[in-house]
Design a protein around this ligand. Structure first.
Ligand code: NAP
Length: 327
């Protein structure tokens, strides 16, 4: 039997993608086979799709770090055929073929049963971006700090950022959204940001060792000099959840924000989180953290995916992109 996939091939160091028919293989021991109905587009998928060997070592390859679907071949006692399931992260979409194909074979211990209160589209609207935002919110919630200052979210129109804004807003926090997109002010206000900060203006003044506290905590999805800039602006015992690097991988800081204000720079790695933690976040999204993501989601087919990949690589995406495979 054959299935269809967004398939990336390498030829003489050049990478190109096509919608191809691939041969479906039986799952080996410890693996289950899933018929994927939906996936989603994350920044890491765009890197895999464009030949970034730091993400995907060998091509040809099918990207897709997120998948929602039904068990097609349970091949183990943990699942039954027809179970509705979700997979995010681990090696899927990096070096194990991922959700941009209509079928995946993945280790059973990567798979979560989908909470019944979420549809597949809702789950993939969340996807890895949403789990990352939720893990960041959880880190900030762990802090006992009391402050009336807003929470800063950088890369606020992106996948992680926009869900971070929505979750924090649902939890009753005031949010300052840092963005590079002047055209997205209305969008950011509509998802719960009360104060919009333009990236160019924010970065106009040089990074200082210490500044007046401006934010209680932050979700930083971009890294680099923007992360350096915000650390001295966090109020005592605040948390900066560090989850992305689209603006750079280097951070310049002093020890002052840490030893004078006791702030925490908390790393987020949603892909490799234990399955129990991912399950707890999915259950929150299905219940007390349920948010309507439909205003920020585009649903596309495999044929339209390339355009969305190009857009995310240019930093031009807003919200989330869900891939629908169809019958
Ligand atoms: N740690 C983890 O577990 C984890 C999981 C998922 C994703 N990530 C990382 O989180 C980051 C965001 O992922 P995503 O899927 O949300 O991507 P995304 O949808 O493309 O969002 C990134 C946003 O960052 C801003 N941005 C883009 N280029 C920038 C630049 N050069 N300088 C400053 N800001 C820039 C843009 O928002 P504005 O225009 O609004 O500023 C863009 O929409 C990526 O680095 C990704 O690898 C990490």
């Amino acid at each position: 039997m054959q299935y269809s996939a967004y398939y990336v091939e390498e030829s003489d160091g050049t990478f190109s993608a096509s919608i191809s028919k691939l041969e479906l293989e039986k799952p080996t021991d410890g693996f289950v086979q899933i018929k994927v109905s939906h996936s989603s587009l994350n920044y890491k998928d765009a890197l895999s799709a464009s030949g970034n060997k730091g993400v995907t070592r060998n091509y040809p390859f099918v990207p897709g770090i997120d998948a929602a679907g039904t068990i097609a071949d349970a091949n183990s006692s943990h699942f039954a055929d027809g179970d509705e399931v979700l997979v995010t992260g681990y090696d899927m979409g990096m070096n194990t073929p991922g959700g941009f194909g209509e079928y995946i074979n993945v280790p059973a211990n990567w798979v979560v049963k989908k909470p019944s209160a979420l549809t597949n589209i809702e789950a993939m609207s969340i996807g890895t971006a949403g789990l990352t935002a939720a893990a960041s919110v959880a880190k900030i919630q762990e802090s006992s700090q009391e402050s009336d200052l807003p929470v800063l979210v950088s890369g606020a129109t992106g996948g992680v950022g926009s869900i971070g804004v929505m979750l924090m807003s649902k939890l009753g926090k005031e949010i300052s959204a840092l963005t590079g997109k002047a055209s997205s002010v209305d969008f950011l206000q509509s998802i719960g940001a009360s104060n919009i900060i333009m990236r160019d203006e924010y970065m106009e003044s040089p990074v200082k060792a210490m500044e007046r506290p401006l934010f209680s905590s932050a979700i930083d999805t971009v890294g680099g000099s923007i992360l350096s800039k915000m650390l001295p602006q966090i109020s005592p015992h605040g948390v900066v959840a560090c989850c992305g690097n689209v603006a750079g991988i280097e951070v310049n800081t002093t020890v002052f924000p840490f030893i004078l204000r006791g702030i925490t720079l908390a790393g987020i790695d949603s892909a490799e989180s234990p399955l129990e933690f991912k399950t707890s976040l999915w259950n929150k999204f299905a219940d007390e953290w349920k948010i309507d993501l439909s205003p920020l989601v585009k649903i596309v087919t495999k044929e339209n995916l390339q355009h969305e990949i190009d857009l995310i690589l240019q930093g031009g995406q807003q919200g989330r992109v869900v891939l629908e495979h169809g019958e």
